[in-house]
Design a protein around this ligand. Structure first.
Ligand code: ASP
Length: 598
């Protein structure tokens, strides 16, 4: 039973390619054998749902199709039943690539029939199952936490749900189970996990959705190491389920080092890092080039790009982020004319081959940014971070643009394809070059939000600061490091976590340093502050984005390829047509009046 993928009419023989979840088989309708079935076969169109009764037989030698897994056999039908016909969909699941994504999303049920999508969701299932199983074996209990709840701050806007029973009051959908999982530690569960749905009202991108799924974990009495070991193990189990090895332990790098080397806190290790090329320049050269000598001077290298014309280079310029107080030099010919020694030294420092594209990024004294400089020696200042991140973002954008030339991403694509081709075989493909995980540690505790004019938690406000930096909480927030960590892979943030604050007085101090008054803290998190007073064990955890893990392993370009019913970039479900207006009755019941601006 299945859907008719294609029909070929050869007169007295009609061939149906019948498709179901497992693949395609050929059905033969022979006019001499089943005239009635053959007559039905003449009426059949693609996507009809049919059942064929018959015998599996070997195909004649000249009819074997080596491109099809079932190409050596066919089913000689003795009966054909048409279970349903179909309207003509705007595209056929048998097409390879369907360009218009909106049409795909509107007719998602047809789109999901495509073998590629069937494979993505099979993969998602296998990965999820393996992670669940692994965490259970590691002693974690899966416990559900509420969806209708109170705001959990993760830095996004809340989705609110009006209460019918309590006029004027609202539930919030959880941005994560954060507070509840911490309370589960206070409740003595000691190792919790949940494949948890999270809701964040933020602007969408290819790697972001309004609702998404996390593998959420919390444990009592952990060191950072303990959390790393747990996460590495379940992630490796997930990868193994997708046919790929993921060697552990993962490398680690501090936030400052990650910024220095990659200009990013989610570095893609498949490409060369940034290199400090300050030593290539004399002070006089920097002055002539109008480069700020107090800020980093770094070079990025994109391998094998080949020579670029002036026009080609100029087309890249919009990819460089202005507003970070940085500038760049991408014209090496010109640089070589004015500063031959510096130019060749730079290429030597970055070990550039002839065909490699090298760009220097440095502080622009003409466009300084407003920033606070930390007072801690050896740590990066905000201004420095901005120059590095201008370089890092340029590196990422150019790497995307010249992917075909440098080929660094191809290994990942090939590994994914190889793993997919394993088709249930037990052996694993080596993923060590294709997937490059890295822990980022020692993040700053706070980030300054210039638009709000205040310090915000870089992670969330339940993260414990480094003991050594506690004294600076109020005097120099920029210098305070957090006991938190991110896991990045191939330029994507897979997730983050932290060791938590487990004492009420420290938690209150953090709220205070964030400008949250006692009253506000009480109104928003009173129940949690209370709970902290009832014997809270030291605890910590992490959450990794399941959708992102599956996206990487499916080799998919967007989260929408691995979420069955996703929203578009405009936050719309095109199939269900959500969001919509509701009836006046419903609004009345909820004590809500809508006041649109225009
Ligand atoms: N709740 C955090 C998040 O969603 C993860 C964690 O700290 O465990 O990013």
């Amino acid at each position: 039973m299945g859907w008719v993928n294609r029909r070929r009419d050869h007169g007295s023989l009609i061939f149906l390619d019948l498709r179901d979840r497992t693949g395609i088989s050929q059905i033969v309708l022979d006019k001499d054998l089943i005239p009635e079935g053959h007559a039905k076969g003449e009426q059949i169109r693609p996507e009809y749902v049919v059942a064929a009764v018959g015998k599996v037989r070997l195909r004649a030698a000249d009819a074997i199709n080596p491109k099809m897994p079932t190409g050596e056999v066919e089913i000689e039908a003795t009966e054909l039943r048409v279970l349903n016909d179909t309207r003509l969909a705007p595209f056929s699941p048998s097409e390879e690539a369907i360009q218009n994504e909106e049409v795909r999303l509107k007719y998602r049920y047809v789109d999901l029939r495509r073998p590629e999508m069937q494979r993505n969701f099979r993969l998602r299932h296998e990965i999820t199952l393996a992670i669940r199983d692994n965490l259970s074996k590691q002693g974690f209990l899966e416990i559900e936490t509420p969806i209708l709840t109170k705001s959990t701050p993760e830095g996004a806007r809340d989705f609110l749900v009006p209460s019918r029973v309590h006029p004027g009051e609202f539930y919030a959908l959880p941005q994560s189970p954060q507070i509840f999982k911490q309370i589960l530690m206070i409740s003595g569960f000691d190792k919790y996990f949940q494949i948890a749905r999270c809701f964040r009202d933020e602007d969408l991108r290819a790697d972001r959705q309004l609702e998404f799924t996390q593998v959420d974990i919390e444990m009592s009495f952990p060191h950072q190491e303990t959390v790393f070991a747990v996460a590495e193990e379940f992630l490796a189990a997930g990868f193994a389920a997708a046919g790929v090895t993921l060697p552990t332990p993962f490398p680690r790098i501090s936030y400052d080092e990650s910024i220095r080397q990659y200009g990013s806190d989610k570095p893609d290790l498949r490409l060369p890092s940034l290199v400090d090329v300050r030593p290539a320049f004399t002070d006089a050269a920097l002055a002539t080039l109008q480069i700020d000598p107090a800020l980093p001077v770094v070079a990025l290298r994109i391998p094998k790009v080949g020579e670029l014309s002036r026009k080609e280079r100029e087309d890249n310029h919009p990819l460089f982020e202005l507003g970070k107080g940085a500038k760049f030099i991408d014209d090496f010919k010109r640089l070589s004319k004015g500063f031959p020694e510096a130019a060749s030294k730079v290429r030597e420092l970055v070990s550039a081959d002839e065909a490699d594209f090298v760009i220097i990024v440095a502080g622009d004294p003409a466009n300084p940014i407003k920033a606070s400089d930390t007072k801690i020696p050896g740590r990066l200042s905000e201004r420095e971070i901005n120059v590095y991140s201008a370089a890092g973002n340029f590196r990422t954008e150019l790497a995307k643009k010249y992917a075909d030339r440098h080929g660094a991403f191809r290994t990942t694509e090939e590994t994914v394809q190889e793993a997919a081709a394993l088709n249930g075989e037990k052996h694993l493909v080596d993923g060590s070059a294709a997937f490059r995980p890295i822990w980022i540690t020692d993040f700053p505790m706070f980030e300054y939000d210039a638009s709000l004019g205040k310090w915000m938690p870089a992670h969330h406000p339940f993260t414990a600061p480094h003991e050594a930096d506690m004294a600076n909480l109020l005097t120099d927030p920029a210098s305070v490091r957090a006991n938190c960590y991110d896991l990045a892979m191939n330029g994507l943030e897979l997730g983050s976590g932290s060791i938590r604050i487990h004492r009420k007085d420290v938690q209150q101090q953090i709220f205070k340093s964030l400008g949250i008054s006692d009253e506000e803290a009480h109104a928003r998190f009173g129940f949690f502050l209370d709970a902290l007073e009832y014997g809270t064990p030291p605890h910590g955890g992490i959450a990794l984005g399941l959708d992102r893990i599956v996206m990487l392993l499916a080799g998919a370009p967007s989260l929408r390829e691995v979420i069955a019913f996703p929203k578009t970039a405009k936050a719309v479900d095109l199939m269900a047509e959500a969001p919509t207006t509701v009836t006046d009755e419903q609004l009345k019941e909820l004590h809500i009046r809508v006041a649109l601006k225009s």
